[in-house]
Design a protein around this ligand. Structure first.
Ligand code: SF4
Length: 339
């Protein structure tokens, strides 16, 4: 039987139309699934008994199964979920004073194999469907009894390589009868899939774009991120300029600082030069170590120097405080390990 969650609102409308049900039945079903989070047709009390029976006899409602869960001292919690086909997906919940962020995965494994990222070590299996992305948020809401304020596509996978499903997920996340989270509270982080950036520039929703840049010279970026061979820095920056022209939304450039690889003063000056034409914010992320890699974060002094150069060049710079490092839930650490 088909999973009713695999229907977008538009598809639910088509479904009820074919059944000669009124259109509002589609809204009711959607709301029960994503806002009220029920997993049983019999609880959909504003649908007639006959309709509930029909749905029950023809469709199923799936949920992710929590098979691992670990909490760090700072409250960050990571979850390992099992999907219907036994694949696994990992999601992180980050509670902060003013924000409750869910960091979702968009693929099973990641095909991009960035050297500084543990997720790149897991072999890529498939893209996640939109409802599997939404179910990560739903399960965390249910399990922790919280209402997330922010959603970041920064878990395992490259969201712009799964853009159709990510966009469908965004519809559910932003819908007032779905999760009801504003598009401005959603960040999509990409390794720089140029076509995806152009496509995102055309959508109406004002989601935030973050580019994982990490180097200012192609040879270093190629070493850290092999995808740079296909999408060199100049092409990514051109796409970002276009994005800015279309959306007038500041882009965030993420820069993972790795000792003796990309953390020199020259790198900082070069970064300030290449981003000049793009209104942006720079997010520095000291490398989070994980087993099987010898990279190290720079010393605090070096990080401060790097930051100072950018601040003096008038950039807004943030130093990302990593969450849940000791449980391998920090940036670039996810790899279905340590449960
Ligand atoms: S940094 Fe992102 S794109 Fe690169 S391997 Fe990790 S998950 Fe994939």
């Amino acid at each position: 039987m088909e999973n009713i969650k695999s229907f977008t609102l538009k598809e639910l409308k088509e479904l009820v139309e074919n059944l000669n049900w009124p259109e509002y039945s589609a809204y009711q079903i959607f709301q029960w699934l994503w806002q009220k989070k029920v997993n049983d047709f019999s609880l959909m009390s504003n649908l007639s008994k006959l309709k509930r029976e029909y749905l029950k006899n023809n469709y199923i409602i799936t949920e992710l199964k929590i098979i691992g869960n670990k909490k760090a001292k700072d409250g960050t919690e990571k979850f390992l979920f099992e999907l219907y086909d036994n694949n696994k997906v990992e999601t992180v919940f980050i509670p902060e004073e003013k924000r409750k962020t869910v960091c979702v995965s968009s693929q099973i494994g990641c095909p991009l194999k960035c050297l500084f990222c543990n997720s790149g070590k897991i072999s890529f299996k498939r893209n996640l469907y939109f409802y599997e992305i939404c179910d990560q948020i739903l399960m965390i809401e249910k399990k922790l009894n919280i209402k997330p304020t922010n959603i970041v596509f920064m878990g395992i996978g490259e969201p712009l390589l799964n853009l159709e499903e990510v966009l469908k997920a965004i519809q559910v996340i932003t819908s007032p009868i779905g999760f009801g989270i504003s598009a401005r509270k959603i960040t999509i982080s990409t390794a720089g899939i140029v076509e995806g950036i152009y496509r995102l520039a055309e959508i109406k929703k004002k989601v935030k774009l973050a580019i994982s840049l990490n180097a200012t010279k192609d040879e270093i970026r190629e070493y850290l991120m092999p995808i740079n061979k296909k999408y060199p820095i100049s092409e990514i920056l051109k796409a970002c300029e276009y994005y800015w022209q279309k959306k007038r939304e500041r882009i965030t450039f993420e820069y993972v600082l790795i000792r003796d690889i990309n953390d020199s003063e020259e790198d900082a000056y070069s970064l300030s030069r290449i981003l000049k034409k793009i209104p942006c914010k720079i997010n520095l992320i000291p490398f989070n170590s994980f087993p099987s890699i010898s990279f190290q974060p720079p010393s605090l002094k070096r990080i401060e120097k790097f930051m100072k150069i950018l601040v003096e060049a008038n950039y807004t710079v943030t130093l990302r405080k990593s969450h849940g490092q000791e449980i391998l839930a920090g940036c670039g650490q996810l790899a279905y390990q340590n449960y």
